[in-house]
Write a protein that binds this ligand. Sequence first.
Ligand code: IMP
Ligand code: MG
Length: 178
Amino acid sequence: MTERPYVIDQMISAKSIAARIEALSHEIEREFADTDKVVVVGILRGSFVFIADLVRELDLAIEVDFIEVSSYGNAMQSSGEVRILKDLRGGIEGRDVLVVEDIVDTGFTMHNVVAHLLTRGPSKLKTIALLDKPSRREVEFKSDWTGFEIPDEFVVGYGIDYAQRNRNLGYIGKVRFV
Ligand code: IMP
Ligand code: MG
């Protein structure tokens, strides 16, 4: 694919991300303190760096699983509809689930994934997103925990891509076309 040239301006440093994850991990530990049946579910692919750092801060007995979905992402589709590209390997019935996402934008992905996972009967389902762009919301969704609220900018890094590139940046940057 041909791309317009762009530069990446740092928006959130690696250090700020690490500090925020450390703080959030204590809240998550409190939420799941009384159970040893937690499954942390990462939504591929954008969450892979975030989930890796997050779980290493969690002093809990957890399992890790992944799901890959493509959301239709427009209001013409019924809510709760989600196409599963790669399903969880394990069951979540009767388990406590923490869903980990990179960015909540329109809200369709998380709205749909949560609706889908709830049909499988988890005993608890909580959500965390590293980033949230509340001004972009098209369907109601509020994550239980959010790393950072950001303005309506296209961001990359820390697992998040632009045309599959830049996932390996250690920080979050915004794409600026030049
Ligand atoms: P939603 O379904 O509109 O909430 O979209 C969420 C998904 O869109 C995220 O998981 C990302 O994969 C993608 N996305 C949203 N905003 C950005 C961005 O600024 N950069 C890269 N991907 C994004
Ligand atoms: Mg994503």
